[in-house]
Design a protein around this ligand. Structure first.
Ligand code: SF4
Length: 318
């Protein structure tokens, strides 16, 4: 498997005041293979969106590296940044606020084409028509405005906009969370089809594991800015090792077909603590049923317990 992106000890910290730092992404390492879908999951506030935006260069890293095709994107000069902006795109969570209401669909999709001077005149027009059809809309939609479309259609426009400059890598930031359940599968199926036809690589961000399960090859679970478990989808569902992953999985109400019973839900007590000035040790300690003395003192290492299965927990030894 060919690595497209390597994330090494990535930190994205925001200084809130003189004595407060929000550690949105705190020493995270993983890689993304070419052509795969990597799921990134965790409760809101866990840093997954900040991580996605830092990986695609929308935020500067505080520390660490994001290596894309062998080069650290945070060391790019302006010309290289513009080149990279053509390769990495993002689909936003909210199709209602992410499209400019005063722009026509044609102009929204054409914006990236113009910025990067990809096509002009008739060719540009044809490209926009083709993109509309690719995402299941039609050419008559080109002169309409976002408010004339449903949520699902708006997300299709967002996907067409991302595809317009023919990227290799797309960060899908909770692209279906704001949509009706009946529409979610359609948008996911469209993303899967586009990946198959265009060889796209996705970083797919979600707050629960239910949809991630269907779309991801591998999954990273984040908690309070840290990656707590990272493995293949199969491993994650068959043998989750981190107590937080186990709790997230138990929240998916899927009956076990063999035993014909619903998996027992493991409750996670309390809210996710504030990521500002987070305590030492394991960040999950305040909510973990298995917490031991060492957990509040030492940060557990992120170790590879078996091939392609990383976990950060003092209970787990190699
Ligand atoms: Fe729980 Fe300790 Fe493991 Fe953290 S390190 S998940 S507190 S057992």
């Amino acid at each position: 498997k060919e690595v497209l992106i390597e994330v090494k000890n990535l930190k994205k910290h925001f200084k809130i005041s003189k004595n407060s730092v929000l550690k949105a992404v705190d020493n995270v390492s993983f890689n993304i293979y070419k052509g795969e879908t990597l799921g990134l999951v965790g409760e809101s506030g866990c840093g997954k969106t900040t991580c996605g935006k830092t990986v695609m260069g929308l935020y500067e890293a505080t520390e660490g590296e994001v290596i894309y095709d062998g080069v650290n994107i945070h060391k790019f000069n302006n010309r290289e940044k513009k080149e990279f902006a053509k390769k990495a795109q993002i689909i936003f969570q909210d199709p209602y606020s992410s499209l400019n209401p005063r722009m026509t669909v044609g102009d929204i999709i054409g914006e990236g084409i113009d910025i990067h001077s990809l096509y002009k005149g008739k060719e540009r027009e044809e490209k926009i028509f083709e993109l509309l059809e690719t995402v299941g809309l039609n050419r008559e939609h080109v002169s309409r405005f976002p408010h004339e479309f449903s949520g699902g259609q708006r997300q299709r426009i967002g996907i067409a906009r991302a595809l317009a400059i023919e990227p290799d890598f797309i960060v899908c930031d909770e692209p279906i969370s704001a949509l009706d359940v009946s529409i979610q599968a359609q948008v996911v199926n469209l993303l899967i089809e586009l990946q198959r036809k265009r060889g796209l690589t996705y970083l797919f961000i979600a707050h629960d594991l239910s949809m991630i399960k269907h779309i991801s090859d591998r999954v990273g679970v984040m908690y309070l800015g840290s990656m707590v478990e990272f493995t293949t989808s199969e491993n994650l569902y068959k043998k989750p090792l981190h107590p937080y992953t186990q709790a997230l999985l138990s929240a998916i109400p899927i009956p076990d077909p063999k035993e014909e019973k619903v998996k027992k839900r493991i409750p996670i007590d309390g809210e996710i603590p504030s990521p500002i000035n987070s305590p030492p040790g394991c960040k999950f300690a305040s909510r973990c049923k298995h917490a031991m003395e060492i957990c509040t003192k030492e940060v557990p290492e992120f170790i590879e317990v078996e091939k392609e299965h990383f976990v950060s927990c003092h209970m787990i030894r190699k």
